[in-house]
Design a protein. Sequence first.
Length: 86
Amino acid sequence: MNAARTAAVKFAVEVIIFPVSDVERALRFYVDKVGFALDVDYSPNDAFRVVQLTPPGSSCSIQIGKGAHRRACGIPSERLSRRYRP
């Protein structure tokens, strides 16, 4: 393979989704206590809300919210439960 034609692929994690049971409480914790910047707080209706926060100096954000996840907070998927069962 010709080295001049080989391109390096750069992977980066840009967003991590954290399921939370109380969006407002988590938002206040990450902004007021930890110092994350609030990037997005979007709620078109009472059933859906997405909040994106970024730690200072980071290029990776977290998203919390409601209505976007199929599972309740703390409930792993069935596939993960079977795979990592003790």
